[in-house]
Design a binder for this molecule. Structure first.
Ligand SMILES: [Zn+2]
Ligand SMILES: [Zn+2]
Length: 482
């Protein structure tokens, strides 16, 4: 009998790890990190220990203890015998951490299906991230020694390229249908707050299953989500696994509305404009870019954003040459001192950052200080110490990201407020969610009309019962026969 097992995404927003088994074929729909559990047990200076491999993750329910899915180097470190692969593939809906982060722990021979943009973002996370769990596209053998030139044992690092293995990625194009075992998989792009997001329609002899991933209908790619709903409906699914982040929220968001507000705020600003936004939400980044352009200001991006825009190439909303790149002081701060040769300055930066330093469109905080009225700068709490270099006057700060929802985020927000107060910066808010509203969810579920609905990625699955007849209130770790 076909079955669904929910190892994450239950009574919480994110952490999706859903196993589907049909006719002997086993798939995972996403393999993400649970922010809820991480926040319950951990803090900035209290993290799961790498030295225990998977043990801390199993103990606290961050990962399910199941056979045949985890990487051999970690299992060996836990003295667990070798296992045979038990899963045929992972279908990845998008590259947000709550859907993709824990790919890090998976065997490298499990094929991962996703869109081209998703793979690029994962690659960028691996190359530029500071997260130790970023073996996303390649995996480097952990807890492994090699014999060095002197004949002694040394610990393997990523520099020992023979120990770095490529994961198996299958990049899917819209309209592509691929066979995995007894199943036929259709990737359908959707609108979300990250490039490359998609849902899946899984066709089988026993019935079809639709998985929404994370979806919305008010971003610049809203037409994609509408097509997704049409295709999902046409598939006459027996089962629908739907996200429900905002089922309790009837507010209709609009990215266009965010653009209008930001454009207006920039128009009235006398000094520098800072915008805080989700770093990889290129829909929002484009909104800010357009709002700056409408006010004849230039958009200034961070090094991380510059790297992402360049990596996405034609899939990015604009070319990196159309914006300025802010090169901050790092390490010894030589960028703003005269007379240093390029080689010395470069040593202040990570290898991936060096390529941007001498670009024609690279600027430093000095330029922002001297001509504040020319620019709109991407900024976050993590770079806010540059305000000391900028010494802004009459600047404004637009928060264009979600309100804090954890204790840690509330504290960070307070810290940010202190910085803004210190520099006399006035703050504003303009944001639209990455998720469909309650009314939209209700409309699409009624439209797709599956035999049975499995709400995930929500803290209010009971609310689905108010409008749909056949709702499974899924429980963590439980298997449902389909
Ligand atoms: Zn999510
Ligand atoms: Zn998401």
């Amino acid at each position: 009998m076909p079955s669904l097992t929910f190892y994450g995404g239950v009574n919480e927003i994110g952490g999706n790890k859903i196993q589907l088994e049909v006719g002997g074929t086993k798939l995972f729909l996403d393999f993400g990190m649970s922010f809820k559990i991480v926040n319950q047990y951990f803090a900035e200076f209290l993290q799961p220990r790498k030295c225990t491999a998977l043990a801390d993750f199993f103990e606290l329910g961050l990962l399910p203890d199941i056979k045949g899915i985890y990487r051999a180097d970690y299992l060996m470190h836990m003295d667990r015998p070798e296992e045979e692969r038990s899963v045929d593939a992972v279908l990845l809906s998008h590259a947000h951490a709550d859907h993709a982060q824990y790919i890090h722990f998976l065997r490298t021979d499990i094929p991962i299906y996703c869109t081209k943009a998703t793979k690029i973002i994962l690659q960028v996370l691996e190359e530029t991230g500071s997260n130790p769990l970023s073996d996303l596209v390649t995996a480097c053998d952990a807890f492994t020694f090699y014999t060095n030139k002197k004949g002694n044992l040394s610990r393997v690092t990523r520099r020992n390229t023979e120990f770095v293995h490529e994961r198996i990625y299958h990049v899917m194009e819209p309209e592509d249908k691929v066979k995995i075992g007894s199943l036929e998989i259709e990737m359908v792009p959707v609108d979300h707050s990250l490039p490359g997001a998609c849902g899946y329609i899984i066709h089988s002899d026993e019935g079809n299953l639709v998985y929404t991933g994370d979806i919305r209908f008010h971003g610049s790619n809203q037409a994609l989500s509408k097509t997704f709903v049409e295709k999902a409906k046409a598939a006459k699914p027996k089962w629908l696994v739907s996200e429900g982040t905002r089922i309790d929220n009837m507010q209709q968001d609009s990215e266009e509305g965010v653009k209008n507000v930001i454009t207006q705020l920039i128009a009235t600003a006398k000094g520098l404009v800072f915008v805080e936004h989700p770093i990889r939400d290129l829909d929002r980044v484009n909104t800010i870019f357009e709002a700056a352009k409408a006010n004849k200001r230039e958009f200034v991006v961070t090094l991380k954003l510059a790297y992402l825009i360049e990596a996405l190439g034609a899939s990015a909303p604009f070319s990196l040459s159309n914006v300025k790149i802010l090169v901050p002081k790092k390490s010894w701060g030589l960028i703003s001192k005269d007379g240093n040769n390029r080689k010395l300055v470069e040593q202040d930066y990570a290898t991936w950052e060096r390529a941007f330093i001498s670009r024609e469109n690279a600027i430093t905080c000095n330029e922002l200080q001297q001509n504040p009225e020319h620019y709109v700068a991407s900024m976050s709490l993590w770079e806010i110490n540059q305000l000391t270099d900028i010494q802004p006057e009459a600047a404004i700060w637009i928060k264009s990201s979600c309100e804090p929802f954890s204790d840690e985020m509330i504290l960070d927000e307070e810290r940010k407020r202190n910085w803004l107060e210190h520099f006399g910066i006035k703050d504003y808010f303009a944001h639209a969610s990455g998720h469909a509203s309650g009314a939209e969810l209700k409309a699409i579920i009624t439209e797709i009309n599956p035999h049975r609905l499995y709400p995930v990625h929500t803290e209010h699955s009971e609310m689905f019962k108010e409008f749909f007849r056949n709702v499974e209130m899924v429980e963590l770790g439980k298997t449902y026969t389909l």
